[in-house]
Design a protein around this ligand. Structure first.
Ligand code: UDP
Length: 323
């Protein structure tokens, strides 16, 4: 049955991260009691410090790959804890594997004990370097298990398998969202991903580093659109994976050019080696999300990039140069 149940207390793992912190804001706004959890390896308390004064918010500093204990009722668990950037997987590969596998198992156990609905953050990376384009949920993917991205991709694939097993074997109420590239305020400036890298370089007037020849494509979704898709998925009763992302596809070279234009920087675009196993193309087919959630993105890249650039400008490291 669609709609939320009576127990409006929700555990959000990765609460101090980019997506986790936006989810905390949204669920508090929707009248939920939010229990945030994070081990702060890649998350930052500055993303949630505005919530600490609210009685609707509690926070546990904890690593979910260890046994998870939360006292009291829980209606929902959103598992968003994970390093999410390719340079993070290289730096902390074992933690990346553990949070997606052991962490997911612990949280599924907690969901079962509390009779909570469990929603997991899966990813377009389950499709690997896709040979089917655009990617539909029925595509099984093309992942190199032992490449640099394998630790993330395989943990997320295991996470999906484990979640479906808890659904079919234990009858647990579950949701799986496959998230495509998302951007917006609270991304980490130095997380190594294209958007913060380009915006940071533009603000410092240093070279903008496009990897490869920049012909690889991505499709960037503004964070508010993504959060709306996740909110609708949780409220729905759809248990199979759903792609949530923006189908507007561009090359990374074009993306860099858009950021150069928006920022008015003097930076030049330079070309560096393409990292191993970097997917050549990526675009979600969102017909399923349209059909089962009545969802599609609303924020254009022009609007979203402007809001995000304005956010990066406010960071302390840019204050002296730009105030
Ligand atoms: N990229 C780039 N310059 C950078 C960082 C990333 O050209 O400084 C490229 C990267 O090789 C990839 C694309 O931008 O082709 C998106 O990379 P990101 O790390 O943002 O996400 P993902 O590869 O996981 O989609």
């Amino acid at each position: 049955m669609e709609g939320f149940k009576k127990t409006k207390r929700i555990l959000i793992t990765g609460a101090a991260g980019f997506l986790g912190s936006h989810l905390c804001d949204r669920f508090i706004k929707e009248g939920f009691q939010v229990v945030g959890m994070d081990n702060l390896i890649t998350g930052s308390l500055s993303n949630i410090e505005h919530l600490f004064k609210l009685k609707e918010f509690e926070f546990y500093h904890h690593d979910v790959s260890k046994f998870v204990h939360v006292p009291g009722d829980l209606g929902y668990i959103l598992h968003f804890a994970s390093p999410a950037s390719p340079i993070d997987y290289l730096k902390i590969p074992i933690q990346t594997l553990k949070v997606g596998s052991l962490g997911t198992h612990n949280l599924l156990g907690l969901a079962k004990a509390k009779n909570a609905t469990m929603l997991i953050a899966s990813t377009s990376e389950v499709y690997g370097d896709p040979v089917v384009h655009p990617q539909k949920e029925t595509y099984w993917g093309n992942v190199n298990p032992i490449g640099p991205r394998g630790v993330y991709d395989e943990a997320k694939r295991f996470q999906e398998a484990m979640t479906m097993a808890y659904h079919t074997y234990h009858g647990l109420d579950t949701r799986i969202v496959r998230i495509f590239n998302t951007y917006g305020p609270r991304m980490r400036l130095n997380d190594g991903r294209a958007l913060p890298a380009f915006m940071g370089q533009a603000l410092k007037d240093i070279d903008i580093t496009v990897f490869g020849d920049g012909s690889q494509t991505r499709s960037f979704c503004y964070v508010d659109d993504l959060i709306e898709g996740i909110y609708r998925l949780l409220k729905s009763d759809y248990i199979y994976p759903v792609n949530v992302g923006n189908p507007q596809e561009i090359t990374i070279k074009q993306f860099a050019e858009e950021i150069v234009e928006l920022s008015g920087t003097k930076s030049k675009i330079v070309y560096k080696d393409l990292p191993k196993d970097d997917p050549k193309q990526r675009r979600p087919d969102i017909s399923l999300a349209k059909e089962v959630l009545g969802w599609e993105p609303k924020v254009s890249r022009q609007e979203g990039l402007k809001i995000t650039f304005d956010y990066f400008k406010t960071l302390p490291e840019f204050q002296e140069v730009h105030s």
